[in-house]
Ligand binder design. Structure first.
Ligand SMILES: [Zn+2]
Length: 406
């Protein structure tokens, strides 16, 4: 029987598994693989569900009672046993979790087991220093890096006969592929320029202007860190249902949360790392807080406003479908009846805040009242460039690159 040890936020923290559709388990079971290493299940079977185990262990660690902590570290022993029996590992490092979590530590110890590492559609797994360290460790081993769960599934599908032969066959396959292509685990940044080092870019514009699209292109193609308040908030929402409900009605997030998210993301940045803020700040108070933070870090932001007509904005919102997996949004009539992501094959959905006319109107109103005030604030500081957004995404992106290289 061929078994797979599945590690990552799916098992550890459902809230951080925002992207994870976990199609993987279904796929593996359908093909006759056994899944081991589900720590939620292990804890339940020991009569110590995550809800009691987690807080208990945290308390011991915070109080420095490490010998007691080690004695109660059920997961480490169980994971170690499980991983020893496995034929291959699928690991998904979470950007916001510490990379040194139990299962991932275990994975590092057992270097000869073949591994598939899913770093998220936009390399989110690489955002955190711990995760970066872990990915480096993993990529030294017989492992392959994938952007999305779907790519990992496709890879197993394409080599299903090899996977069914077990550990050494999978090991040999990966070693062979890595020999054929030594750069297979590199993430290409084809538009990277030294001029982007340490840059702070804010992209603003009406709903439907393509802010996230451009921000994600800066992330994927130029090595920018991406901060989208929508993305960050959706990740938080699973922990705060009240927040999720309010956002779904087209309300803005509480300022205190946005300020916290700004601080959290900026404080971790290295001096040379460029960052792009997409569609945020949205309120004057947030803008001032962001400027205070940037001043402390000696960073001067540049706001790029993508101008589009209100008619086009409204038209795009009605057509907009967002991919569940890679978060890229599309405005294409053809995709309405065939809601499959052209980029990654994920399923396309309408955003909650775009489903009712009332919520859409609210978002447009916020733009006229609050966001335009934010843009004026940056304009008064001489930090704004406007570009014409009534064009295709490639043309807009080229403009942005030109502006950043000036
Ligand atoms: Zn997609």
């Amino acid at each position: 029987m061929v078994s797979c040890y599945r590690s990552g936020p799916i098992e550890r923290d459902p809230a951080s598994a925002f992207h994870a559709k976990n199609q993987l388990d279904g796929f593996l079971r359908k093909n006759g693989f056994t899944i081991i290493g589900d720590t939620f299940e292990i804890l339940k079977s020991c009569g110590r569900p995550q809800t009691t185990y987690g807080p208990e262990m945290k308390k011991l660690r915070n109080q420095g009672r490490f010998s007691e902590y080690s004695k109660k570290e059920l997961l480490l022993a169980h994971s170690l046993n499980a991983v020893r029996k496995t034929d291959f590992v699928v690991s998904r490092p979470a950007p916001e979790a510490s990379g040194g979590t139990t299962s991932e530590t275990v994975v590092m110890w057992l270097r000869t087991i073949p591994k598939l590492v899913i770093i998220g559609p936009h390399s989110e797994g690489l955002l955190d220093n711990n995760s970066t360290f872990m990915i480096k460790m993993l990529s030294d081993n017989p492992s392959l890096i994938f952007n999305t769960e779907r790519q990992a599934i496709d890879f197993i599908s394409d080599h299903i006969e090899v996977f069914k032969r077990g550990r050494s066959a999978i090991h040999n396959l990966i070693v062979k592929l890595r020999k054929l292509n030594p750069y297979i685990n590199d993430r290409p940044k084809p538009c990277y320029s030294k001029l982007f080092d340490g840059r702070t870019v804010i992209i603003q514009g009406q709903p439907g202007a393509g802010k996230d699209t451009q921000g994600r292109m800066l992330q994927d193609l130029c090595g920018f860190k991406f901060f989208g308040s929508g993305y960050e908030l959706r990740r938080l929402s699973s922990r705060f249902p009240v927040l999720a409900e309010s956002l779904g009605k087209g309300n803005l997030a509480p300022e205190v949360i946005i300020k916290f998210l700004f601080t959290q993301s900026l404080i971790k940045l290295e001096k040379f790392e460029p960052i792009v803020f997409s569609g945020t700040p949205k309120k004057l108070g947030e803008a001032q807080a962001l400027m205070d933070m940037l001043e402390l870090l000696s960073r001067e932001p540049l706001m790029i406003v993508i101008d589009i007509s209100e008619e086009l904005a409204k038209e795009r919102i009605l057509l907009r479908r967002v991919c569940d997996d890679c978060e890229i949004s599309f405005c294409d009539e053809k995709l309405i009846n065939h809601p499959i992501c052209p980029e990654c094959g994920g399923s396309l959905k309408i955003r909650a805040e775009n489903t009712t006319q009332e919520a859409i109107d609210k978002i447009f109103n916020w733009y006229k009242t609050d966001v335009e005030e934010v843009i004026r604030y940056f304009e008064n500081l001489g930090l704004v460039v406007h570009i014409d957004g009534n064009r295709g995404k490639e043309e807009i992106f080229n403009d942005i690159l030109e502006i950043l290289k000036r």
